[in-house]
Ligand binder design. Structure first.
Ligand code: PLP
Length: 391
């Protein structure tokens, strides 16, 4: 997983499908990121912030009781231990540092469930940047507590009343704001999606997950790599960062989507939010709403590099149902004393289902635990009280 082809192409996916007015902003960002990424001083500062503020490196935990239960050797990359509770900090700290380097003073971001909005507000507070977060009005109602969190962190949350009043409308509004304010504003996009250079840039900012995990696994496994590397996929940033560390090994790479929003499996090529990728759409090309118990996976597309990895077969994409996810959530809690976020519980659910089928017993499996489950405990309680099924 190296550089994309010119124009930000990953095979037939990716690119930069934006209005003329956004092209200079994308080009300025591409140049600024390339320059920063090649600058050892920028890398050193990012590394220091992620270490001293973010808590990196995160450990790889060998799960003895879960391994015994499942019949494979289970290793977890612990992004749940990063400050603010998920891998999202890796991306926003990088983009906030880049914002400062570009001489800008304001961040805009989109958010669906609110997690990326909270992460962006966190980085904005840390670096003294202004912060505006666009959030579908429906999502602001569903995720009141995250709206309050962002406000506590000093951000302004702007509810978006257009369209379906959810994440995809919030992305459109954030892009619109960015065009109008680009002289002093950076658009801090939350996953490996959008126009070039975002999918590439966000993957590079998340590859710390995979790079660390690879070294940690080799130390644990006498120089060997895991047989299978699994991560959940919303837009695909934690998976892309994880896969980047293992793309040149023999490890099988598996991305797991929510069954109700599986763009890699059920998507059709199309253009949305500045990129060509696999998107959930109906026969006439209307974008469909993704739906699962995990709001963090409810994006109707996937990042273009994942679409390309699926096409080449280097990574495989699978689904987990809400019910399997609830089981996996409880399994990890009971066997290891870890409450996973519902998003990575999808990755756990897939491996729990596949051992003895697609995955031989005795295999070594690395799962990226992208976030902690505290945010989901109330919801899990309700779902279990209602008799498990979310429907
Ligand atoms: C946002 C989020 C995701 C989904 O985003 P990706 O870009 O697919 O990584 C997954 N896990 C957690 C914990 C999240 O907060």
């Amino acid at each position: 997983m190296g550089l994309p082809a010119p124009g930000g192409r990953f095979g037939e996916y990716g690119g930069r499908f934006v209005p003329e007015s956004l092209v200079p902003a994308c080009m300025e960002l591409e140049e600024a990121f390339d320059d920063a990424w090649a600058d050892p001083a920028f890398r050193a500062e990012l590394g220091a912030v992620l270490r001293d503020y973010g808590g990196r490196p995160t450990p790889v935990t060998e799960c003895l009781r879960l391994s015994e239960e499942l019949g494979v050797r289970m290793l977890l990359k612990r992004e749940d231990l990063v400050h603010a509770g998920s891998h999202k900090l890796n991306n926003v700290v990088g983009q906030a540092l880049l914002t400062r380097r570009m001489g800008k003073r304001r961040l805009v971001a989109e958010t669906g469930a609110g997690q990326h909005g909270v992460a962006t507000a966190t980085a904005a507070a840390l670096f003294g940047l202004e912060c505006t977060v666009y959030m579908g009005e429906l999502d602001t109602e569903r995720q009141e507590l995250n709206v309050f969190r962002m406000e506590l962190l000093g951000a302004e949350v702007r509810p978006v009343r257009a369209g379906s009043r959810t994440l995809k409308d919030a992305v459109n509004e954030a892009l619109r704001d960015w065009v109008a304010t680009v002289d002093h504003t950076h658009y801090c996009l939350g996953s490996v999606m959008g126009p070039h250079p975002f999918p590439y840039m966000v993957r590079e900012l998340q590859r710390v997950v995979g790079d660390e995990a690879r070294e940690q696994c080799r130390a644990l496994l006498d120089g060997a790599d895991p047989d299978v590397v699994v991560a959940c996929v919303g837009g695909g940033s934690n998976a892309a960062g994880t896969f980047a560390g293992f793309a040149d090994t023999q490890a099988r790479l598996v991305g797991v989507e929510a069954a109700g929003g599986a763009a890699a499996t059920d998507g059709i090529p199309g253009v949305l939010h500045g990129m060509r990728s696999l998107l959930l759409q109906d026969e006439v090309g209307q974008i469909l709403e993704a739906e699962s118990i995990s709001a963090g996976l409810d994006y109707p597309g996937i990042g273009p590099e994942h679409a390309s990895l699926a096409a080449s077969g280097r990574a495989r994409y699978e689904k987990a149902t809400d019910e399997e996810v609830l089981d996996a959530f409880q399994l990890l809690a009971r066997t290891e004393g870890i409450l996973p976020a519902l998003e990575p519980a999808h990755a756990l659910a897939w491996i729990a289902r596949e051992v003895g089928r697609g995955v031989p017993r005795g295999s070594t499996v690395l799962v990226t635990l992208s976030g902690r489950g505290d945010k989901d405990v109330a919801q899990v309680r309700e779902l279990l009280a209602a008799g498990r099924g979310p429907r």
